[in-house]
Structures are given as C-alpha cells and as structure tokens.
Design a protein around this ligand. Sequence first.
Ligand code: ZN
Length: 63
Amino acid sequence: MGKNVHAHICGICDQTKDEGIFLYQLYICEDCESKIISTSPKDENYQFYVERLRAINQSFYTI
Ligand SMILES: [Zn+2]
C-alpha cells in the first residue's frame, strides 16, 4: 500500500529481489553481486557466474 517496489528477477540466482543492479540487460541482485565480487577465479562458483554472464553478453568484461 503506497509502496512502489520494483522487483526484478536476478539473472544469476533466478530469484525475485528488490535490491540489485543492471549489468547490460542482466539484473543482478545484491547478494549475487557481492558473491561475484568476492569469488576468486580459483573458486568453482566463479566459473558458474562467468558462464551466466557470458550467456547474456559475449563481450562481458573480465572481472
Ligand atoms: Zn541473485
């Protein structure tokens, strides 16, 4: 009521979140954003995130 919340579906975790950023056409929630930033290339999750992002934009910059 009276609140105009724009929730978006995160392109990484597929969950609807209120807080996040748009990276190109991909919406990334705060949780995933901080995970991506804190994930090192040696981490197996890193590859998962990179693949997700690559699927959206081929020229995605190197994290
Ligand atoms: Zn997410």
